[in-house]
Design a protein around this ligand. Structure first.
Ligand code: FAD
Length: 309
């Protein structure tokens, strides 16, 4: 088996955590080449080469790949794919756009959000908002898959794979072009990869009150998340949403404040190692999956917690 792993690149930087977790999954299949594609990605290639268990790092360095737009990326990956049995990448926003296009070009199925690799042809993935696990066997000659990174521990460093530049002949896409990046600038850890997440729900009551959640997060060095109800009500920005239609997280500690525990929310956080819930309703479903539950008013409990921390 030979695997082409697509590194997650943001700008020119390697997103090491997502790439290392997808590498851990890919390495169970066979020899792994990592593709680092972008513009000015020399440092990213060196970082990718330092992971243990990498056969080669292929570097596609070209202006047309500078923003990792889906069309040129898919064209490039599809031309390389014939040499591999598997083409894999982390299920990030970017690669969830790119890899289905690769599958389309190769006329094979896309295996999305893989949480376990049973053998070279057989994969597990969640369906129905994580309420059932589907086992999928693919007869395609090339398997194209996105990996749910929360399900894998990162591959260790300590390698020294050779770095090989490759020729880039892909065309500029007429279908899309980069306009601007609007980044949320925060000092807090990134939600998808944070070790601790504090999330607020509708119970928080207002955008102003959400400062309470942020204070608790800052005390714990945590990322801030939110339920969809909190996002829809404008208490928190959209990129903080955790759940079926938001981000999937699996931190060491997840603190849910004023969140009822709807299945669509649980789909995004139930694999967290330790779950703490604060809710004034003792019958709230979140308590069924919480390791520690505090039945109480968040406006009393959270300031008290912040104070004690
Ligand atoms: P509520 O269910 O209203 O719960 C608020 C909780 O706060 C209650 O349990 C209440 O007891 C508690 N509370 C109120 N005041 C206080 C107080 N003073 N102190 C302590 N506790 C208090 N939801 C997501 O979160 N993420 C998703 O990705 C997502 N995707 C969805 C996709 C689809 C297709 C659909 C249909 C729904 C989706 N939802 C998602 C919405 C989901 O069904 C719930 O509506 C939502 O999660 C509820 O958010 P909540 O728990 O904050 O609000």
């Amino acid at each position: 088996m030979t695997v082409l792993l697509i590194a997650e690149i943001n700008g020119a930087n390697l997103q090491a955590d997502a790439t290392a977790k997808a590498l851990a999954a890919a390495a169970t299949l066979g020899a792994v080449d990592i593709l680092v594609a972008g513009e000015g990605v020399g440092a990213a290639a060196s970082a990718a080469a330092s992971f243990a268990g990498v056969a080669r790092v292929l570097v596609a360095d070209h202006a047309v790949l500078g923003r990792q737009l889906a069309e040129p990326m898919a064209e490039l990956i599809a031309t390389l794919a014939a040499r591999y049995t598997h083409v894999i990448g982390p299920a990030t926003a970017g690669l969830k756009s790119i890899l289905p296009r690769v599958a389309g070009r190769l006329d094979v199925m896309i295996l999305s959000d893989v949480t376990a690799i049973l053998d070279a042809d057989t994969f597990e993935r969640p369906i129905y908002a994580g309420n059932a696990i589907q086992t999928v066997r693919s007869a395609d000659s090339i398997k194209v898959a996105t990996i749910r990174t929360a399900a894998f521990a990162p591959a260790p460093r300590g390698g020294g794979a050779p770095i090989e530049p490759i020729e880039v002949t892909v065309s500029t896409s007429a279908a899309s072009h980069w306009v601007e990046d609007r980044l949320s600038l925060a000092d807090r850890p990134e939600l998808s990869s944070a070790g601790i997440v504090v999330s607020g729900g509708r119970g928080v009551g207002s955008k102003e009150n959400f400062a309470l959640i942020e204070q608790l997060a800052d005390k714990l060095g945590a990322a801030v998340g939110a339920s969809r109800a909190a996002v829809d009500a404008g208490y928190a920005p959209n990129d903080r949403q955790v759940g079926q239609t938001g981000k999937v997280v699996a931190p060491a500690l997840y603190v849910a404040v004023g969140i009822s525990g709807a299945i669509q929310h649980l789909a995004g956080m139930k694999d967290s190692r330790l779950i703490v819930a604060i809710n004034k309703d003792e019958d709230a479903p979140i308590f069924q999956i919480a390791d520690y539950g505090l039945v109480g008013d968040l406006f009393q409990a959270v300031p008290e917690l912040v104070e004690r921390l």
